[in-house]
Write a protein that binds this ligand. Sequence first.
Ligand code: ZN
Length: 217
Amino acid sequence: MNYQIEFKKNYMKACNFFGIKPKNIKLKIIKNIKLINKLSSNVPWYAVGFYNKNTVIMLDKELFPSRGHKKREFSKVMLHEICHIFIKKIVKKRIPVWVEEGICQFIAFGDKIKPKKFVNLRKLQTYEDWYKLDNPYAYCSNFFSYLNKKYGKKKILKFIRLLNKRKPEDAFAGVFGQDIKVIEIEFRRWLKNLKNLKNEKSLKKNGKRKGDRKGNI
Ligand SMILES: [Zn+2]
């Protein structure tokens, strides 16, 4: 894999989503796992990518398995980190962790991975809250997928920009027209429906197969 080509591709994807083209964003590949801990002390043990100002810092793809990641996640993790830098260009102050991680994860990984557990968005304000939970990424990225499907990308971008001026809850209600509590309940219902739909489909499939077998006998 040519890392620079991959980086350019992912950078373009981020430009496409956020509608901006920030300059001087760089990539640094780390080929020595010990260096990761030296570069940043607050990176969790499983991290394979992070960012510092305008630089995306990635562990070499070949070293991904040593931190429990699949090599095929490399490009997506890279895009996730690029998105962090883009958000920092748009919002000049600290924003709730669920917003930032949720958007980055949604853009990079989409919503194929469904959350095993529900978390409470309003309780995910800081990284301290975030690391207490077992993998809140899927829940938060699915939340943005829901917003994207129901309200569209433009509103998500409007919401991020509004975080510069307003408190997160006010910005959210201002853009999406309802309190976040209400929309989170609707989102959970949507998730449950998706799950039921999936179960129904697999039941039908199994039922059909059973039927076929009966026919053969
Ligand atoms: Zn992140």
